[in-house]
Design a protein. Structure first.
Length: 289
């Protein structure tokens, strides 16, 4: 991913917010500003990955449309080179500029096979690259190019259909991944704001009992509950990150789609956990005897 001006702006804003958060280091707002700073720094990168993922999907859809139009033109008797030049002014979304470049190269006398290889390199998509190699080899070997193109278009269409069916079938697993994370987050919050205070109360009662139990109570209360709360927060962030990657992989989007889900889950966990900390406060520790 190429770094652009918006990425540097996001990083600069994140650093400034993190520096500003130091003014609230001893208050409940410290973690809130730290989280906002981190979000401001990574948000441009996440949005760029999401845009690239959408473009990859659009490239495959538009390439399927392009091959279908190419098949129809070639089957009428028009040479493949002339057919490509005739299609350069049609709208093919993100592929439009690459198809125009391909047509211009052919019109300048560049061999079709070389122009197709340049096209595949510019598009930088596995499905497009494999199909372009097949078209180039078919044109080079001769034969009925119309039938070959039609077979290639059918193969691309079947591949696209299978991807959509797989995505629809797995969408329930994606939803389950979000639900599991939300349940995990609720368990963490209950442990932090309900279980920990109860344990602290038991430890305090233990300090009033026998000497042996008192020593156990002292050992328990030596643990800083603020550190435990921070550990729960870090655990929530780690869980959100890896759950997002897993959900993205199950959904068929790979790493880029996984980063999108990870960011969404971590953002949910941060907002809920930080909001609960501001509203409910850090669980009070039992007094040390």
């Amino acid at each position: 991913m190429e770094l652009k001006k918006v990425h540097y702006i996001g990083l600069g804003a994140g650093v400034l917010i993190l520096a500003f958060s130091l003014l609230f280091r001893e208050t409940k707002l410290f973690m809130l500003f730290v989280g906002i700073g981190v979000i401001a720094a990574i948000l441009p990168f996440v949005l760029s990955l999401m845009r690239e993922a959408r473009e990859e999907v659009e490239k495959e859809e538009m390439f399927l449309e392009f091959t279908r139009n190419l098949v129809e033109s070639v089957k009428t008797g028009t040479p493949i080179s002339k057919s490509i030049m005739n299609l350069r002014d049609k709208g093919f979304g993100v592929l439009g500029i690459h198809i125009k470049k391909l047509a211009n190269q052919i019109s300048m006398g560049i061999p079709l096979n070389v122009a197709l290889q340049t096209f595949a390199k510019d598009v930088d998509n596995q499905t497009v690259s494999r199909t372009i190699i097949l078209i180039g080899q078919a044109e080079k070997a001769g034969g009925d190019i119309g039938e070959i193109l039609e077979a290639v278009a059918d193969a691309v269409s079947i591949s696209d259909k299978l991807k959509k069916e797989r995505k629809a079938a797995i969408s329930t697993l994606v939803v389950q991944g979000y639900i599991i994370f939300l349940v995990f987050m609720m368990i963490i919050l209950i442990m932090q704001y309900q279980i920990l205070p109860m344990v602290s109360g038991i430890s305090e009662l233990g300090s009033v009992g026998t000497g042996t139990f008192s020593q156990v109570g002292v050992s328990a209360t030596q643990v800083d509950e603020g550190d435990i709360s921070d550990s729960f927060f870090y655990l929530l962030m780690i869980q959100g990150f890896f759950t997002g990657l897993t959900v993205g992989k199950l959904g068929g989007g790979g790493f880029k789609s996984g980063i999108k889900h990870s960011f969404a889950l971590m953002l949910i966990g941060f907002v809920v956990s930080t909001g609960a900390g501001i509203i409910l406060g850090t669980p009070a520790a039992a007094p040390t005897p």
